[in-house]
Design a protein around this ligand. Sequence first.
Ligand SMILES: Cc1cc2nc3c(=O)[nH]c(=O)nc-3n(C[C@H](O)[C@H](O)[C@H](O)COP(=O)(O)O)c2cc1C
Length: 325
Amino acid sequence: MTLTIGSIDVNPGLALAPMAGITDHPFRLLAREQGCPLLYTEMISAKGLIYNPGRQKYLLCFTDEERQIGFQIFGSDPLIMAQAAQKLETLGADFIDLNFGCPTPKITRNGEGGALLCRSELASEIFKTITGAVACPVTVKLRKGWDEQNITVLDIAARAEEAGLKAVTVHGRTVQQGYKGRADWSIIRQVKENLSIPVIGNGDIDSSQSAKEMFRYCGCNGVMVGRAAQGNPWIFKEILAGLKNKPLPEKPSVKEIVEMVLKHLAMLSDLKGEAAAVREMRSHASWYIRELPGAAAARRKLVQTTSAKETEGILREFCHTLKHL
Ligand SMILES: Cc1cc2nc3c(=O)[nH]c(=O)nc-3n(C[C@H](O)[C@H](O)[C@H](O)COP(=O)(O)O)c2cc1C
């Protein structure tokens, strides 16, 4: 189950998906603490990195503990993307991942992200220009296609391989689908059958069982977990145990969950300051506690908090109440 990206071996091939606004430096560290072998940054604008680097400062924060780490960029201009890739390589990226899947209209309207799935010649040019510009491995994260009438992933993935990219990730949904419906794992399997370079499968993995099933059904070299890791960095420990056919770890207790939220909050405060951390933690905290009884009421309080102390008070009270249920 080793995933090889150029000279990088990842064992087993298990990754935290890039997720804008979620998989920042603190969250990646928490995933790594739970054993996640491969991490990616959130998507970073290539143009922003070259013309307005100050605004990217938090996106670029990482430490050696996060290696091996892929820095993901989005853009549509091959030369600007190549310059951004060079900059990230200089900053210490282990590899560069290209975003060919973002469905956000703000991005696709500019011909970036998922829109590139409709532009095969430009895709080839981007791949060739970037592989020619950096020494580190380059990978791409694709969706199935723009919509069900335009399933282009097989062509784009073949172009990636031809241009010297070292792996592709396939999210089995179209751009038009966004995050709705089930991910189509058969397209991941088809891409794997058509390519010689490694394929990482993505879409709807939420347990060790589904991770194993994706490996088995798609024959892929790696699997990538997105939304199921939100508020649940423990999922990596569970999947690792499952892949090694070991007993699954116990689910975290309420106390462990609350301690994790507070640790996450403290790490975010160190990075971005208390006000931003408290704001960002509202959604993270809601995810962490989503399966616990009384979560809805706690969430209503959490979304109004303005200080770390207040957040901690709500969570400790929540924990205390649950203990007495
Ligand atoms: C909030 C959010 C932000 C995301 N941001 C990115 C991103 O920056 N780059 C990217 O390639 N995919 C991004 N994705 C897509 C995920 O990486 C992943 O492909 C998708 O969630 C499907 O996997 P899942 O079913 O395991 O969640 C994002 C998804 C979500 C939900």
